[in-house]
Design a protein around this ligand. Structure first.
Ligand SMILES: [Zn+2]
Length: 206
């Protein structure tokens, strides 16, 4: 290799390394942007539920460990649900099991103290009372505190409910919460009522 050829090779190698470096940096920037936008556009309330509650609330307040089903008879979060709601959930879950789908209860009945704690954590997570109100009601108004609402998972269970839930009177209430179900007995005849965009649109929570 002549000296000129060696210099050309070196230049090419430098250029290639620079190009690789640019690709890596660009990918990192895009990755960060995608991550940030995913984070801000789809904040997960389940992270609030699954968060560390500082040991102040217990299962007696309705907190539930992972993997609790609608058939559980051990946890107040399930057993304190309205009996008609729980009955409808168990009927639906029995039929869904034929399709290989299991309903887990991420949250059901909550004590007023637990609801208020979740609200405070949501305010911390979402940055304002206004934004938190799109996800958590107050202890005075929450249908979870009265035992009339349940948060179901995983997504194949909520997909099953969104297709078949009305037959059991089980309706999604808020468009932004595909996991939140309440009993609307008339839904088996008339279908579910139109959804509210989010809890701030719900007159019960005003
Ligand atoms: Zn809910």
């Amino acid at each position: 290799m002549t000296q000129t050829a060696a210099a050309r090779t070196k230049t090419r190698r430098t250029l290639r390394l620079t190009a690789v470096g640019l690709v890596v940096v660009t990918a990192a920037i895009i990755g960060t942007l995608v991550y940030q936008s995913a984070w801000s556009s789809a904040p997960s309330f389940s992270e609030v539920l699954r968060g560390d509650h500082g040991g102040t609330t217990t299962e007696a307040d309705g907190a539930l460990p992972d993997g609790v089903t609608v058939f559980d008879d051990q946890y107040p979060g399930v057993t304190n649900l309205d009996p008609d709601l729980l009955g409808a959930l168990r009927d639906a879950a029995t039929d869904a099991a034929d399709d290989g789908i299991e309903f887990y209860v991420n949250s059901g009945w909550r004590s007023p103290e637990y609801e208020e704690q979740l609200r405070r954590e949501a305010v911390a997570k979402y940055g304002s009372e206004k934004e938190a109100a799109r996800w958590v009601a107050t202890a005075n108004t929450s249908p979870h505190v009265s035992g009339d609402a349940v948060d179901i998972g995983p997504s194949d269970a909520t997909a099953w409910l969104s297709e078949h839930g009305a037959e059991y009177g089980l309706c999604q209430i808020y468009r932004n919460e595909p996991w939140h179900y309440e009993l609307r007995p008339e839904a088996s005849i008339n279908g579910c009522p139109p959804m509210y965009a989010d809890p701030t649109q719900d007159p019960r929570l005003q």
